[in-house]
Design a protein around this ligand. Structure first.
Ligand code: ZN
Length: 163
């Protein structure tokens, strides 16, 4: 039984995320904690760092500067012809899509505008440039399975369901 948060452990936690003005931006649904594999960059770096060594039941307030959260905002809006997207994708403002860079690395882009012939994509996460204030309670800690380690994310309730 794992006592404290450490790499190779799957951690569940409840959270409320607020901006510096105190507005709630996001939260885990009641009774459905967020689950992640520690050390696998499943969550923003500043929060992952703060949860290290914490134990079940610990409650903490974590302030994460934008740079350690979803990053600072960068330039790079681009309009892409609608025809470059597969026909079967329903494009909506706010959704993220995976693009492939010149080196073959996949990276996310966010759709910020859609017209009949053009889609405007932005490299900024919607929360880029925003300082994040997390209110966290650790709900559970367990060892990761070999399969979870291989995939780099947790499976089961609250985790990925892709197989
Ligand atoms: Zn998986």
């Amino acid at each position: 039984m794992a006592d404290v948060v450490a790499p190779e452990l799957v951690v569940s936690f409840h959270y409320v995320l607020r901006n510096n003005e105190g507005e709630v931006l996001d939260s885990s649904p009641k009774g459905e904690p967020m689950i992640y594999l520690h050390g696998a960059e499943n969550i923003v770096p500043g929060l992952e760092k703060a949860l290290l060594d914490k134990k079940v039941g610990d409650k903490l307030d974590v302030k994460v500067a934008a740079a350690d959260g979803y990053g600072e905002r960068v330039e790079g809006n681009a309009a892409v012809p609608r025809s470059e997207f597969p026909d079967d994708i329903e494009l909506e403002v706010g959704m993220s899509i995976m693009a492939e860079g010149p080196d073959g690395d996949a990276f996310p882009l966010w759709v910020v505008a859609v017209s009949d012939d053009e889609v405007t994509v932005d490299p900024n996460h919607p929360l880029a440039g925003v300082d994040l204030n997390f209110e966290v309670e650790i709900a559970a800690i367990r060892a990761a399975t070999a399969e979870e380690m291989e995939h780099g994310h947790p499976h089961g309730p609250g985790g990925h369901h892709h197989h």
